[in-house]
Ligand binder design. Sequence first.
Ligand code: SAH
Length: 211
Amino acid sequence: GESIIGRAQKNGIINVECIDIRDFTEDKHRKTDDTPFGGGMGMVMTCQPIFDCYKSVRESIPEQSKTRVIYMSPKGRIFNHDIAKELSEYDNLIFLCGHYEGVDQRLIDEYIDEEISIGDFVLTGGEMPAAIMTDAIVRLLPGAMGDETSALSDSFQDGLLEPGVYTRPADYKGWKVPEILLSGHQAKIEEWLYEESVRHTMERRPDLLEE
Ligand code: SAH
């Protein structure tokens, strides 16, 4: 409910619903997990509550709308700006967030369009990855950001990192803002910003330039 996602909801650009899988369990102890077949450590999220939860979510959205069902998983394609852009084109995104050792593979085989990871590390649940993806996707939607041009100049938007940014005062404790930015010469400023952008990318992420 905060920041850009909060505002995007107030402005009717998006609607976020968090659904507790446990509310769908038919188990009298509200259990949603069980021990893995074949042995091994940890617990696995069972089919029934997730299947019923998924069915109820699907029934709440129009059948013809463009929907992608994503399982948050360290085994998935690693999330990046291009995936955020791709997913911003959908009407609905359903994020299945796992816990414990993850969810029963049969659910993934039957209902998941894609597994996505937010990086090569393992978290305890999929909720934070889903929140991170939601933030990255929502800020790309038209009207979600106050100033739409700001999303356009962000890092990765054009395959380059953003140049350093500066604001007033022009001189703080003797640390000066690059003079060119104060020159008022817009064409030269643009050229300098582009060069800075390339320099930052070359120094920090040369792999982006190769792509
Ligand atoms: N045993 C699993 C990890 C389970 S972690 C394995 O080794 O692959 C529990 C849940 O946290 C996962 O089901 C997933 O939904 C979420 N999760 C953990 N790390 C993640 C990551 N890097 N990206 C996205 N989701 C992650």
